[in-house]
Design a protein around this ligand. Structure first.
Ligand code: 3PY
Ligand code: MG
Length: 268
């Protein structure tokens, strides 16, 4: 048995834009439904979704049977949490709220085994190493990790070149909802100032030769972001689709309640 290849990292190297969806429903069947839809990747959202470590593990086990790349957004960049996520088999990690190069450097250390990093070795407990049934896992694991940091504050934007210079950061994902909030436009990720900041960031990321991602639910805006350099796009969430689909079903029969939720935003 060999170390599992990171299909997300590999696909990104191929140059095609990778489309994905965020998963916020912790039920294994919800993951399985999402896995069969044909997205390139799905992201288990431990930052905002109700995922304990055991439900991340179950999602990863479910997704492994499908032709889709799994990504995990960690609840935080805490090295102990990252160690556990890596051990249960997460290879592509998105870390929220990374504002400085020093934070990015610490994350690179956390996801790599020595001598490149500080990830603790417990391969007999680790699904990632197939419980010691992948020979030499500790020697080959670092190569298969894809570390994506999130730039989603004004501070991160100001520090972006320094964050991009950190060796071991594979990509940067822009979070328009948090970025808009940080820029004084809470709930308005489509504000022209926010779009302009995202444009500049995507250009910077792409010129640095790193993977550039953004969350965007509007197809036209998504094409615009691709033109600025985005090469992986989150285009929605399972929770939003479920809510919207059920509302539409209801409306087909009742004509609507007249109490509609907020307009769907271009952000998260
Ligand atoms: C954000 O928009 O803030 C996110 O983290 C997800 O896109
Ligand atoms: Mg965010």
């Amino acid at each position: 048995m060999e170390v599992t290849k990171n299909r997300f990292k590999f696909a990104m190297q191929g140059g095609d834009v990778q489309y994905g969806a965020f998963l916020g429903l912790p039920d294994g069947s919800a993951a399985e439904i999402a896995a069969g839809t044909g997205f390139d990747w799905v992201l288990i959202d431990q930052e905002h979704g109700p995922f304990e470590l055991s439900s991340v593990l179950r999602h990863l086990q479910v997704l492994a049977a499908y032709d889709v790349a799994p990504i995990v957004r960690a609840a935080s960049g805490d090295p102990t949490l990252l160690k556990k996520l890596l051990d249960v088999g997460a290879q592509s990690l998105v870390i929220p709220m990374v504002d400085t190069a020093a934070q990015a450097e610490a994350l690179v250390q956390a996801v790599r085994y020595p001598p490149q990093g500080i990830r603790g070795i417990g391969t007999s407990m680790a699904r990632a190493a197939r419980w010691n049934q992948v020979p030499g896992y500790a020697h080959s694991a670092n190569e298969e990790i894809c570390l994506i940091v999130q730039a989603e504050t004004s501070q991160a934007m100001a520090n972006l070149d320094r964050i991009l210079a950190v060796d071991g950061v594979d990509g940067v994902f822009i979070g328009p909802s948090d970025l808009s909030a940080s820029m004084g436009h809470v709930g308005n990720p489509g504000h022209p100032e926010v779009i302009s900041a995202i444009d500049t960031a995507l250009q910077q990321i792409s010129s640095a030769g790193k993977y550039a991602g953004v969350f965007c639910m509007a197809p036209d805006l998504a094409q615009h972001y691709i033109a600025q350099g985005a090469n992986f796009l989150a285009v929605g969430t399972d929770t939003m689709v479920l809510a919207q689909g059920l509302r539409e079903l209801r409306d087909r029969f009742t004509g609507g309640t007249g109490q509609e939720p907020d307009e769907p935003q271009a952000g998260y």
